[in-house]
Design a protein around this ligand. Structure first.
Ligand code: FAD
Ligand code: FMN
Length: 761
């Protein structure tokens, strides 16, 4: 490696030049930067304490110089609704961006890196032949754009405008403040980064920005506007801009950048050129510097450049995606802040602090136990309780149904019924989970007719034998536990007449198949599944009547709640999704039409179901396939359900089409429960990879959902709730009398383990 050229003298370009020169002292390392050394956009940069440890390991002199210039703080202050909510223990440092770049420039010069300033490079050929070209030219990378066909960038222009300003006000904490105007909300993200300077980023929705005419304001007029709006937080100081280099408005849109490839030949993307993370999570500079560390390590070790760049991409892409996903959650929270302003200030602040889904309840408790105690006390008081407790153990009332806690056993098909009649297996399955402590048990999808079943093993509710078998289960649950039990009813539609879940799932039966109906005649698995018949008016009337009969039988069996299954591509779901409903009559087309049949069923069922007993609907709020159900459709559906008397929406996603591309992760469907709950003001159930008590405490604490359904973990552990209570030392959890000695032993053992290894339990 004889010559390495870094295009761009931001954190990514300079830090990689430094590390390359250290790792390969004989190579000629050059940096080309279009600005002067002291020019900079923006003001400060933040790093967490943890990030700094990694920098020390690779280059102590730059680390030490950065530390000397730091301004350190611990608290986050959220100003909202006339209150300031303080949460401590966050451990951040701020540094002036200009100072950071100067530290890098000096260190690079000392090591012998050649730096050319005021040198705009548009084509790498302009700088001659090199062994490696590091494209570190930032978010609007010319290098990336020139070879867009290779790098395949996805650039998502986001919904807010922001302006990056400075001030002499010394903020005592990382500060978020929210102000409402006649056209919408504005927020600031502010922090001190040097002895007498702070950064203030002002952000608002594009439409709010335009409604104020800010698109026509000069920078000076914009500053005056922001000073008026946020004057209360500025202590008499003004705001300043250093965005002289920007052409056009000083208000920018955040561009979320993802690239499919990061290298081509001997050219490699790094930092913002390869990926961006919204400033709400403050990690762009960290990512850029860590990219540099990884790139240099691989290039220095590998036999050839292609192998090195492949390894760099594989390692950093994963890290960047994780951070980008957390940053996206937080960015969307800020974009949709109006959705959360109905929350009281304590919960609003908590919702902000946990919005990335990376920091949860226990992490906040570790940082600042008193803050979490205040939050828990507030939540308990709103539930009429004197004593605080973990949010997952707060009670909830829905219609006439009182739930002891926020844990739901999610519906899970057992494929173990004969002729639709639940048997001993079901009594054991539901009974064990009821005595296992969950507040609500939802049955598996139970079908209103034999031809509505997914498989021959599905439970049904179309005759007295089934009603009596279910009554036995309901009575067991009521007699032996405080749990409530809901009946989920659903019609399989085009996904019916298939094998048991542990056989060839979604594949037709080898023999004995029955006829399928659906909104449109499209098979689920092309060339494999049966083709359903498009439903006629007569079919619709018959199926509606079957749903009504199932609801009546369910009420007679004593169920506390009824859930209509409109998710996962089954009959009612396939009316809702434009991918499965291609009808050209009044039941297809725009969402109003696609909702028509599900609403007909809902109205009929609501009328048949006792008024005070709650009714829930389960939906797929996203199809994970292009052309699928949109956010606007989902909100329209949720509003229509609420109007029709639904008390609760259980928010799942997907399984509409077999070629779906879901993006999995912890709590991955919770944002949809949050969207519906906080936009439509209706209680929701979140579900999907929620598997720790901390997840539930955080979701309920933040008001992202009212209940959390747990499916697979309940298959492994029927007493999931009892264990979660013991591990949180929540002693008031109900246990069945015959098991009480098990409770005290478990609590004692966990207490001993906690004393032996503090923090491990
Ligand atoms: C409002 C806002 C606030 C932010 N706050 C934080 C924060 O608190 N913490 C944090 O870690 N990150 C923050 N970031 C992100 C951070 O600024 C970037 O992620 C980081 O600077 C990325 O470093 P980089 O070197 O890849 O790109 P940049 O810093 O953008 O550097 C690219 C460099 O390339 C130069 N260049 C571009 N084109 C050419 C060309 N054709 N020829 C020569 N030179 C060229 C540019 O002049 C620039 O100096 C924030 C970003 C924004 C927009
Ligand atoms: C074995 C099994 C059977 C399921 N059957 C149903 C069902 O009958 N009705 C339903 O709405 N969801 C059903 N689901 C989906 C779950 O209720 C839940 O939404 C999903 O498993 C995600 O939750 P988890 O990550 O906690 O497992 C089933 C899931 C599993 C694992």
């Amino acid at each position: 490696m004889k010559r390495i050229v870094c295009l761009g003298g931001g954190p990514a370009g300079l830090y990689s030049a430094i590390l390359f020169k250290k790792a390969l002292p004989h190579a000629k390392v050059e940096v080309y930067e279009r600005n002067r050394p002291d020019d900079t956009f923006g003001w400060g940069v933040v790093f967490s304490d943890k990030t700094m440890a990694g920098f020390r390991a690779v280059d102590a002199p730059t680390h030490d110089a950065i530390v000397e210039s730091f301004h350190h703080w611990d608290d986050v202050d959220v100003h909202f609704g006339g209150r300031t909510i303080k949460s401590g223990g966050h451990g951040f440092c701020g540094i002036e961006r200009k100072r950071l770049l100067n530290i890098f420039q000096e260190r690079a010069a000392a090591l012998g890196v050649e730096q050319s300033f005021c040198r705009e490079v548009d084509a790498s050929a302009e700088v001659g032949k090199a062994d490696l070209i590091v494209a570190a030219d930032g978010v609007n990378s010319v290098q990336r754009a020139r070879d867009a066909a290779v790098f395949k960038p996805h650039i998502d222009v986001r919904k807010c405008r922001f302006i990056w300003l400075g001030t002499h006000q010394k903020f005592p904490a990382f500060t978020f403040a929210f102000e409402r105007t006649e056209h919408g909300w504005f927020q600031i993200h502010a922090y001190q980064f040097s002895k007498d300077l702070s950064t203030v980023i002002v952000e608002t929705r594009e439409e709010t920005w335009k409604a104020h005419g800010l698109d026509k304001f000069s920078t000076e007029e914009s500053i005056a506007f922001c000073e008026r709006l946020f004057g209360a937080y500025l202590g008499g100081h003004g705001l300043m801009s250093n965005a002289r280099h920007l052409r056009g408005s000083a208000w920018l849109n955040f561009n979320r950048v993802l690239c499919e490839r990061w290298h081509h030949g001997n050219r490699v993307l790094i930092g913002d050129a390869a990926h961006t993370a919204h400033f709400g999570i403050g990690s762009g500079t960290k990512l850029a510097m860590e990219d540099a560390m990884c790139l240099v390590a691989h290039v220095a070790q590998a036999r050839d450049i292609g192998t090195a760049l492949d390894a760099y991409h594989a390692e950093r892409n994963l890290e960047a995606l994780k951070l980008q996903s957390a940053a996206r959650n937080r960015m969307e929270w800020f974009e949709n802040v109006a959705r959360y302003t109905h929350l009281d200030p304590e919960q609003f602040a908590y919702s902000l602090l946990t919005a990335s889904q990376r920091i949860g309840h226990e992490n906040l408790r570790l940082r600042d136990p008193e803050y979490v105690a205040r939050l828990e006390t507030g939540l308990a008081r709103r539930c009429g309780l004197e004593e605080r407790r973990p949010p997952m153990f707060l009670p909830l009332r829905l219609g006439s149904m009182d739930l002891a806690n926020r844990i739901v056993v999610s519906p899970m098909a057992q494929y173990s019924a004969h002729e639709g009649v639940p048997g001993d297996w079901h009594l054991m399955h539901y009974g064990a989970r009821a005595v296992g402590g969950a507040g609500l048990i939802v049955t598996e999808m139970t079908c209103p007719a034999p031809d509505a079943r997914i498989s021959p093993g599905c439970t049904g509710m179309w005759n007295e034998a089934q009603r009596e078998a279910w009554r036995r289960i309901v009575e067991f649950v009521h007699q032996h536990s405080p749990a409530k039990i809901a009946l989920q009813i659903g019609h399989a539609g085009r996904k019916g007449s298939t094998q048991l879940g542990w056989q060839a799932i979604d594949h037709p039966l080898p023999e004995g198949n029955w006829e399928l109906v659906a909104p449109s005649a499209i098979p689920y698995l092309p060339n494999v599944s049966q083709t359903p018949r498009a439903m006629t008016a007569q079919d619709r009337a018959r199926v509606t009547a079957e749903f009504v009969r199932a609801a009546q039988l369910g009420a007679e069996a004593g169920f506390d709640m009824l859930e209509l299954h409109m998710a996962h591509g089954y009959l009612l779901a396939s009316f809702l999704s434009p991918l499965t409903n291609l009808r050209d009559d009044a039941y297809g087309g725009a969402i109003g039409n696609r909702l028509r049949y599900p609403l007909e069923v809902l109205h009929a069922v609501r009328a048949a179901w006792p008024l005070m007993r709650p009714l829930s609907v389960r939906i797929s709020a996203q199809d994970w396939a292009s052309g699928g159900i949109s956010e606007a459709d989902v909100l329209a559906a949720a509003r229509a359900f609420k109007e029709a008397g639904v008390n609760l929406i259980s928010v799942s996603t997907g399984q509409t089409v077999p070629d779906q591309q879901p993006v999995y992760g912890r709590m991955w469907q919770t944002p949809y429960a949050d969207l519906i709950r906080n936009s439509v003001a209706i209680p929701t159930i979140a579900v999907g990879n929620i598997f720790e008590a901390d997840h539930i405490n955080t979701i309920v604490g933040a008001g992202r959902a009212d209940l959390c359904a747990i499916a697979r973990p309940h298959l492994a552990d029927p007493a999931w709730t009892l264990h979660a209570a013991a591990s949180q030392r929540y002693g008031s959890q109900w246990w069945p009398d015959p098991y009480l000695t098990g409770k005290s032993q478990l609590e004692r053992n966990l207490e001993r383990a906690a004393q032996a290894a503090p923090g491990a339990v």
